[in-house]
Write a protein that binds this ligand. Structure first.
Ligand SMILES: NC(=O)c1ccc[n+]([C@@H]2O[C@H](COP(=O)([O-])OP(=O)(O)OC[C@H]3O[C@@H](n4cnc5c(N)ncnc54)[C@H](OP(=O)(O)O)[C@@H]3O)[C@@H](O)[C@H]2O)c1
Length: 347
């Protein structure tokens, strides 16, 4: 692939993007970090060639006419502003984008139509297209429809590990599934719960709120949805019965009347009831099969008419959702799709 790229963010994902680009013959023309614009040589040495301002998203030292595609791999920011500024600056230059950064879409859903975003939810599992492709006709309006999902592979890795929760978090950080967190176990779990809210908003917009089903008066503002974080008491309760619980996000047309939920969030929008939390699965006919989702996995169980497994059965996907390798593979798949759609104009 003789394509010139610009990579925004040179952390876990950005470095893997550059490695993969070298492997498949993409040219990395520029790298944007929080403190400037860089080029990278064959030995991986960065040289600063220009400025980048986080304040207004302006660049210097970039020859945009050479760029065919941009990758956004920077951390989520308050209200998605940091990546929004990058996205606006690059799309104004008519540069197609591939992003794995969630807040860009959770706060600016119109970007879902403009920017390739498969890796934003479940890095490598492609769970967004899976859900869309497997929702039967009429599912969005069916009054009994239910879908249960594991959207956060890092939380699933921690919950399904046989090690202590502290050890599982340390392993999730060392495998680059989770951000390092100074606060340890509690802070990591709570920040992954916040992250799941952004993923949930993307699933809601991308899979459920279509042009035809949406009531245009709705507002889905992640800032207005309160995540009930864990504290020492609820963490102790969760630890005591960890093998019975997973962090599950459910979408349904009616309230599910759930019990045994620890932490999380819930909201109602456009006729959909959305609830997330550490949910007990071993005593629930809908959820029990999620015990087979182990490690950094994502899953979706789709019950078109709210029926229990065995009667029509659920559709289910289980696949690795976190980690730089799977995430970057999905971003490159998005790039290939852009090429197939002839949206990459400069080679
Ligand atoms: N890890 C996974 O499995 C996974 C899966 C799916 C999606 N993601 C998403 O991938 C993104 C990147 O994650 P990561 O683990 O690679 O992060 P990371 O290791 O913290 O690296 C972040 C990089 O972004 C740069 N940066 C930060 N703010 C910036 C800004 N405003 N403008 C330009 N560059 C900026 C940083 O620059 P400096 O080097 O100057 O600090 C750093 O190079 C996140 O949004 C994450 O949610 C991760």
């Amino acid at each position: 692939m003789n394509i010139n790229t610009l990579v925004c963010g040179y952390g876990n994902i950005g470095k893997e993007l550059v490695r993969k680009a070298n492997e498949i013959g993409l040219n990395v023309s520029y790298i944007i970090k929080s403190d400037g614009v860089y080029t990278i040589d064959a030995g991986g040495v960065l040289s600063r060639v220009g400025k980048y301002s986080e304040l207004d998203g302006s660049f210097s030292g970039v020859d945009f006419s050479r760029i065919s595609v941009g990758f956004i791999a920077i951390p989520a920011s308050a209200n998605g502003l940091a990546s929004r500024k990058l996205a606006v600056a690059l799309t104004q230059k008519r540069i197609p984008l591939v992003s794995c950064e969630k807040s860009l879409f959770a706060y600016y859903p119109s970007n879902l139509d403009l920017i390739a975003h498969t890796a934003t939810v479940g890095g490598g599992s492609r769970i967004l297209p899976y859900i869309k492709m497997n929702m039967p006709k009429g599912f969005r309006v069916h009054h009994n429809a239910v879908i249960h999902t594991v959207l956060n592979a890092t939380l699933n890795f921690i919950m399904s590990s046989e090690k202590s929760m502290e050890e599982a978090v340390a392993e999730a950080v060392s495998l680059k599934y989770a951000e390092p967190s100074a606060g340890g176990l509690l802070t990591t779990l709570n920040s992954e719960m916040d992250d799941t809210l952004l993923k949930t908003c993307i699933v809601m917009y991308d899979c459920f709120l279509t042009e035809h089903t949406v009531n245009h008066n709705f507002v889905l503002d992640p800032n207005a949805i309160k995540v009930k974080h864990l504290d020492e008491t609820s963490l102790a309760a969760l630890k005591a019965e960890r093998e019975r619980y997973r962090y599950i996000v459910s979408f349904s047309r009616k309230p599910l009347g759930e019990r045994d939920v620890i932490g999380g969030f819930s909201f109602v929008i456009n006729g959909w009831f959305v609830s997330a939390g550490f949910k007990r699965f071993d005593n629930n006919a809908y959820l029990w099969s999620l015990k087979y989702v182990c490690g950094p996995g994502n899953a979706a169980l789709i019950f078109p008419e709210g029926k229990y497994p065995g009667i029509g059965g659920p559709n289910c996907t289980v696949s690795p959702g976190a980690g730089p390798g799977p995430t970057v593979r999905t971003m490159i798949d998005d790039l290939r799709q852009l090429i197939a759609e002839k949206r990459i104009v400069r080679y």
